[in-house]
Design a protein around this ligand. Structure first.
Ligand SMILES: [Mg+2]
Length: 386
């Protein structure tokens, strides 16, 4: 039921790669292999290379320009415990095959990238896997940290599979010309961590007013990292189902945990909401007209420009009279309603933009609704002369 808890605790034990930046220099006597493979250290034709791997920078200065990529991998194995056949080296704009000579492709001190998982990490990963039959590609687990998640082929393929296979629950038709709001449930509109008599007690304040305002310009999708059965139950408890039935707003579709994709961050795997799953099914929506609201920033990893992070709604019994997040968010949605390209916006500043919008409305209200006497600087008594 917990939206934001780790969905699959068994996989959370898998590969962890530290992001610490450490410079290892093999020129350091304590790190130089006693008998380095291909070692021509000290000769004039030595051909040092810098290897970036797992947040570390490793300088290999023991090989000659005629040494092969395979020999380089064998040296790297000594110090990373990543087997040569599990290493993927990239540099000079290409993947480097084993037989190439260092001197034929690199300048001296060229920086190259290595991807690969040490043996002991893989062993512990597999030991802790449930008997799921899932195949994990270790190149995927140790994906190149310099490529943004949203551009990685393995994740785009997962999205394509969901576009093809995932069955979204459609609740009402999408309206022409509307933008799209994708809304989380737990800790965004519902305090999932407190105990109440009913959903109303745990509902974030102003939820229905917020949905009513949002619905003017946005079709609304609910996406929660739990099963569809729980999503439907929560929407009923929160009164969203009955309000939608009454026509105050509509929910266009529901997405559950099965629509999420797993990605691998240096600190471990996690599942995230990739908007491409929706965009693939409904091409009228894209990053130009979609926003996703969630209390977890990781859910924006595949769509960093589309996410609006909202503070978590917790301790409903203390906060129900104070929490104004949905009021501010409604103001923000109104403020950006006319924007034709959301990629031009910086949603991280959403609260400030909402605040400016509120001030503008107040100024307008003052101008439009002030009385003739106040506009004239005080024409007292004129009203009583008639
Ligand atoms: Mg949440």
């Amino acid at each position: 039921m917990a939206d934001d808890l780790s969905l699959n605790p068994s996989t959370s034990m898998s590969i962890t790669v530290s992001e610490v930046t450490v410079t290892q220099t093999f020129a350091d006597a304590s790190l130089i292999p006693a008998d380095p493979v291909g070692g021509d250290a000290g000769e004039d034709n030595s051909h040092p290379v810098m290897v970036k791997w797992s947040g570390k920078e490793i300088t290999v200065s023991t090989l000659s320009q005629s040494a092969t990529i395979l020999q380089l991998k064998e040296v790297l194995f000594e110090h990373t415990n990543v087997l040569p056949h599990r290493q993927k080296l990239t540099g000079a704009g290409k993947t480097l095959s084993d037989e190439l000579a260092l001197g034929s492709i690199f300048k001296r001190n060229q920086r190259i990238m290595m991807i690969g998982t040490p043996e002991e990490t893989l062993t512990s990963f597999w030991d802790n896997q449930p008997d799921s039959g899932n195949v994990v590609n270790d190149f995927e687990v140790m994906a190149d940290p310099e490529i943004p998640y949203a551009a990685r082929v393995e994740y785009l393929e997962k999205i394509s599979r969901h576009v093809r296979d995932y069955r979204m629950q459609i609740m009402s038709h999408f309206r022409e010309g509307k933008k799209l709001l994708v809304l989380d449930i737990d800790y965004t509109i519902f305090d999932n961590g407190s105990v109440g008599q009913n959903g109303q007690e745990l509902m974030r304040p102003y939820l229905h007013e917020f949905l009513q305002v949002a619905y003017r310009n946005f079709d609304i999708i609910i996406w929660s990292a739990t099963s569809k059965r729980w999503i439907v139950a929560k929407l009923q408890e929160l009164g969203i189902t009955s309000n939608a039935r009454a026509g105050h707003y509509k929910i266009a579709a529901l997405l559950d945990d099965a629509a999420m994709i797993q990605i691998h961050r240096p600190e471990g795997p996690c599942t995230v909401k990739a908007l491409g799953v929706i965009w693939g099914k409904f091409p009228q929506f894209s990053e130009t007209n979609t926003i996703i609201v969630d209390d977890l920033r990781r859910n924006f990893l595949m769509n960093p420009k589309s996410g609006i992070r909202i503070t978590q709604y917790r301790r409903a019994f203390e906060n129900r009279d104070k929490d104004m997040e949905l009021v501010k968010l409604a103001e923000y949605l109104e403020a950006i309603a006319e924007e034709t390209d959301f990629t031009k916006l910086n949603h991280r500043k959403w609260e400030r933009i909402a605040h400016e919008y509120r001030k503008k409305l107040k100024r307008l209200e003052k101008t439009l609704f002030r009385t003739p006497s106040s506009r004239d600087g005080g024409d007292q008594g004129s009203g009583s002369s008639t």
